[in-house]
Design a protein around this ligand. Structure first.
Ligand SMILES: Nc1ncnc2c1ncn2[C@@H]1O[C@H](COP(=O)(O)OP(=O)(O)OP(=O)(O)O)[C@@H](O)[C@H]1O
Ligand SMILES: [Mg+2]
Length: 196
C-alpha cells in the first residue's frame, strides 16, 4: 500500500474461502481471507506461484463466488462482474475488430453514454496513454506494451471504482515492464487527484 486519501471502504472481504472442485480433488485456493481496501489505495498482492493471488482477484472481480465468507463492495455483496470493477489481464483482451479508439469507447458506448462525452473520454485517455496517433489503428498493429496501455485505458474509460490487475505487464520484456510500472504509478497518482 503506497498512499491513502481517505478511509472510505471500497472492498471488504470477511473470512473468504474458495475451493476448486476437480474430478479427483478439492483444492483450497484461498483460506480465511480478511481484506479491506479503502478509496485511493494501491494494494499489491505478493506471494509464490499457486498461493491463490489470481483466485482472490477473480473473487473480488465477481468471476468466482466464494465457497464461504463475504465479499462486499461499498457495503453491497459482489455478485458477478460489473463495470465498476475493471479488470486488466496478463495478455491483451482487446477486441481485434475494433480500432484503439473504439476499444476504449466500448464500455461507455454499451452503457449508452452521451456521444460527445464518449468522444471526450476517449480523447482524454488516448492522450494519457500517449497513443493519440494510433487512435484509428487496430490492436494487431500495436506492440505488447501499447496493447496493455489500451487495455488499461479501456477499463479507466468506464470510471471504475476499482481496477484489478493480474500481472498486467508480465508478458512484456524487462525494460518495457519497468517503463510500464512507472507509467502506471504516474497515471494512478493523476487519476487519484482527479477523481477522489
Ligand atoms: N480452474 C482451476 N481449477 C482447479 N484448480 C485451480 C484452478 N485455478 C487455480 N487452481 C488452483 O488453485 C491454486 C491457486 O491458484 P492461483 O491461480 O490463484 O494462484 P496464483 O497465486 O495466482 O499463482 P501464479 O503466481 O502462478 O499466477 C493452485 O493450487 C491452483 O492449482
Ligand atoms: Mg496468478
Amino acid at each position: 500500500m503506497t498512499e491513502t486519501r481517505n478511509n472510505e471502504t471500497v472492498v471488504d472481504l470477511k473470512n473468504v474461502n474458495y475451493e476448486y472442485t476437480t474430478k479427483n480433488t478439492i483444492v483450497q485456493a484461498i483460506q480465511n481471507i480478511d481484506l479491506t481496501i479503502n478509496h485511493g489505495e494501491f494494494v499489491c498482492l505478493v506471494g509464490p506461484s499457486g498461493c491463490g493471488k489470481s483466485t482472490l482477484l477473480k473473487t473480488i472481480a465477481g468471476y468466482l463466488d466464494p465457497t464461504s465468507g463475504e465479499c462486499l463492495m461499498e457495503n453491497e455483496p459482489i455478485k458477478g462482474p460489473h463495470w465498476k470493477r475493471g479488470v486488466v489481464f496478463q495478455s491483451s483482451t482487446l477486441y481485434p475488430w475494433l480500432t484503439v479508439r473504439k476499444n476504449i469507447e466500448y464500455g461507455p458506448r454499451t452503457r449508452k453514454k452521451d456521444k460527445e462525452e464518449i468522444r471526450k473520454t476517449s480523447d482524454y485517455y488516448l492522450d494519457q496513454i500517449e497513443l493519440t496517433d494510433f487512435a484509428e489503428n487496430y490492436p494487431f498493429e500495436l506492440s505488447g506494451g501499447m496493447k496493455q496501455r489500451v487495455s488499461l485505458a479501456r477499463v479507466l474509460a468506464n470510471k471504475p471504482k476499482l481496477v484489478l490487475m493480474d500481472e498486467p505487464f508480465s508478458a512484456l520484456d524487462a525494460i518495457t515492464r519497468l517503463k510500464m510500472q512507472d507509467f502506471l504509478r504516474i497515471l494512478w497518482k493523476k487519476m487519484i487527484r482527479l477523481f477522489y
